[in-house]
Design a binder for this molecule. Sequence first.
Ligand SMILES: [Zn+2]
Length: 115
Amino acid sequence: MAREIYAYECTKCGTLHYPFRMRCKNCGELEPFQFKTVPLPKRGKLLTFTKVYNLPAEYEVATLGLGIVELENGVRVTGQLEVDDPKIGMDVVGVVDIVRQETYDSFWGFIFRAA
Ligand SMILES: [Zn+2]
């Protein structure tokens, strides 16, 4: 079964938020934030990327590519990047998988590959 990562859509104005925040950044200054969860799209464009060395021990790889991707709906997310020769602006597609494993917890996130 495909896993999803969810954004939080304001039920008043439709603004999408990711990650979760306590108030709608568009209209929620006074009202409690009412939202519904919507799955984030998997396709987007690579905005920027970096390579990380000397990772903490809970990452089981020596180096890690990290990218910031603007998804089709305009939400920006950070994810792992598994692209040999990344280019800013390239199309990428994400899968949701375990990106970090600690003793009692697994952390799910996007892993992006060339589209
Ligand atoms: Zn709103």
